[in-house]
Write a protein that binds this ligand. Structure first.
Ligand code: FE2
Length: 244
């Protein structure tokens, strides 16, 4: 699949600017997706990030026509892009990592083939793969990416907990020896999230299409959006949401 490129090479800037998009649901027959995805692409082109990461649900139903649209529209941006599958994509994908200067980005598959309603899991073999890769510590800092949120929601958003990451506790316990992990990016919730998963800061990305929003949210939270990330060589990072 296009976008699965290898290492970053020698052209790594000292500060890495990347854009995260999520939950495009291209090919949906229920929700319009194309117009807002076009606006997101225009905004990304203006930002000129070094890297684009999609945290799942690129397609609504995993059909070939939707994947063709994914490849065609991502490719026109001319930016290296990486992705993880979401529960709607109906596609398995091996974990992958990419070096970004002082950082290494780990992309994992959190979809579970036996999922009943869209919940996910990292699973033991992927956790072992991640632990082995983190142990090598090729770069001083690490950022994780997968589709499902590992945290719980309260109140009117509690229904989201039924489709969360089911093995979040075991995965977190398996990551305690790796303080280089500076954060996790995810999608799936179709809303902006900034929270803590134990000692690990986590951020959720709005969808490029339809949002999960509450009446108490700021009105802009109903608009499609994406996240911009700035990874600095000293291990600090900044991330913020753009709405289109
Ligand atoms: Fe989604």
């Amino acid at each position: 699949m296009a976008g699965d490129r290898g290492g970053w090479g020698s052209a790594v800037p000292s500060e890495v600017r990347l854009v995260q998009v999520s939950d495009l649901h291209l090919g949906s027959t229920y929700f319009p997706t194309d117009a807002s995805w076009r606006r997101v692409r225009a905004a990304i082109a203006d930002l000129r990030p070094e890297l684009l990461v999609c945290t799942g649900d690129l397609t609504d139903d995993g059909q070939p026509a939707a994947w063709c649209e994914v490849v065609a529209t991502f490719s026109t941006l001319g930016i290296p892009w990486y992705w993880v599958p979401g529960n709607h994509d109906r596609l398995r994908k091996a974990p992958q990592s990419v070096g970004l200067g002082a950082w290494r980005l780990f992309l994992l598959n959190s979809t579970a083939p036996q999922s009943r309603q869209g919940e996910g899991a990292i699973g033991r073999s992927q956790l072992l793969w991640l632990q082995r890769a983190l142990s090598r510590r090729r770069e001083p800092w690490a950022l994780l990416a997968w589709h499902h949120y590992p945290i719980g929601f309260a109140g009117d958003l509690a229904w989201l907990n039924e489709i969360a990451l089911t093995d979040a506790e075991a995965v977190l316990a398996g990551l305690t020896d790796f303080p280089q992990i500076q954060g996790l990016m995810f999608g799936h919730g179709h809303r902006a999230v900034a929270a803590a998963w134990g000692p690990i800061p986590v951020w959720g990305c709005p969808a490029t299409g339809y949002q999960v929003s509450l009446p108490s949210d700021p009105p802009s939270w109903q608009q499609p959006g994406f996240r911009e990330w700035l990874l600095r060589p000293d291990g600090t990072l900044q991330t913020w949401v753009h709405r289109v």
